[in-house]
Each structure stands twice: as C-alpha cells, then as structure tokens.
Design a protein. Structure first.
Lengths: 158, 84
C-alpha cells in the first residue's frame, strides 16, 4: 500500500480539491480495492491502472455529492527570488488553481493523470474508458484553459 | 517570470502530497472492521441455519413459507396472463 498511497492521495486531492475529505476518499479507494481484489485481472490491466480507475470513480462521485468548500493545504514553496516575484507567482498559482477547479470533470481527471501522475495516454484511456484520441483532446483542452489563466505572462505551456 | 516556469512550479507544488503518518494504519483498521463485519454476517446466517435444522417446527414453518411464496408467484403470473 505504501507504494501507491502517495499517488492515490495526490490524485484524489487534486480532483476533489477538499483537504477535509480527500484522505477519507483515499482510504475508501484502498478499502474498495481490497474488496474487489478478486475481480482484478492482471491480463487486462496493470494494478496501478486498476487502482486509479477506482480512485477516479470515487473522486468523481465525491465531487458530484459535494462541491468544494475549501482549497487543499498545499505546502508553501520556499524561494530565493524577490518578494514581488513571489507575490506574482502566488497570484499565478491561485489563477491556475481556480482554472483547474473549473475544468469539466473528464478534462480535469485526464489532465491530472497525465501531467501530475505522469501516466501514459494508453493508461489514461483505459482508466477513463475512452479512446486515446479523446484523452489527448481532453488534455489539450485542459492545458489551453490553464494557459489562458496565465494570460499576463509570456510563453507557452502546451 | 515566463509562463512555462510558473506552470512547472505549480505542477511541482501540486505533485507534493502530504500523507498523514497514520494513513496506512487507518486503511488497515477499516479492512479489519470490514472483515469482522463479514464474519458477523456469515455467523448470523450460519446460526440461523443451525437453529432451523435443529427445530422441526422451524423447518415446517420454512417449508410452509416457501410453498406460500410459490403459490403467490403462480397466482401473480396467472393474473398477468389473464389481464393481457
């Protein structure tokens, strides 16, 4: 479990954006995995893909039941740059957080799995139950929305 | 700052999960509770079966209940055919 607890908690926290419930949901993911372990088929998917499928479904259910009330407590970054840069970075982070929160659920999970969990498009397609092309398009749309949240900065993220 | 730098720094921050130290233990406790609950349910069913097999009156009651349920089901199907 220790191998998977960090990626699962990170995923759930990023999807549901509520620090109070994310740990409960992550616990439920592991409990459900334990209950359904006999239905896991190693020939059909990797264990991590199967676990992320459970995590995705649990997170989306929690998201439907309860709209986010609070932001997750993320660790503060220490930086050696000057205070105005730190302030502008914080504003940019807030904008990105808001843009991520406002993404449609399917784009959000695809984006988080690809960019934060570093899963391949094939794995994400299996988790989301869609084709690879759909995954690519969802990630691309999510990125372009996040990019527009940083409209006052130069450069591209895509 | 460039957009890419900010984006990468934000992603890096988002990738950091601060796991509570007791997380694995909490999951194990829930699994143990689930196992206990499963065992209790199984024991309840097992005890009921033992009680029925030990008591002739309970066996007769079970058979009568089964026959009645079957008759109700047959009557229901006949009623459905008659209506159509």
């Amino acid at each position: 479990m220790e191998r998977y607890q960090k990626p699962v908690i990170t995923f759930v926290r990023n999807v549901i954006d509520d620090s109070h419930v994310c740990e409960d949901i992550a616990q439920e993911v592991f409990l459900t995995a334990y209950k359904l372990l006999s239905s896991f088929d190693p020939d059909r998917s990797e264990f991590s893909t199967w676990l992320f499928t459970i995590a995705r479904n649990k997170s989306l259910n929690a998201l439907k039941k309860k709209r986010p009330l609070s932001m997750p407590r993320l660790p503060e970054r220490t930086s050696s740059v000057n205070p105005s840069d730190v302030l502008s970075q914080k504003e940019s982070f807030d904008e990105l957080d808001r843009a991520l929160r406002e993404l449609p659920a399917t784009q959000k999970t695809a984006f988080i799995l690809a960019e934060l969990e570093k899963l391949s498009h094939a794995e994400i397609a299996q988790i989301e139950g869609v084709r690879i092309g759909t995954v690519k398009s969802r990630i691309s749309r999510a990125k372009s929305k996040l990019q527009s949240a940083l409209k006052n900065l130069d450069g591209e993220i895509l | 700052m460039k957009r890419r730098q900010v984006y990468d720094a934000w992603k890096q921050q988002r990738q950091q999960a601060d796991c509570q130290p007791g997380f694995a233990e909490a999951v194990m406790n829930r699994i143990r509770e689930h196992e206990r609950e499963k065992h209790r349910t199984f024991c309840g069913v097992y005890e009921l079966m033992e009680m029925i097999s030990a008591c002739p009156l309970a066996q007769a009651a079970l058979i009568i209940a089964g026959v009645l349920a079957g008759l109700v089901r047959v009557a229901f199907v006949i009623g459905m055919f008659l209506r159509t």
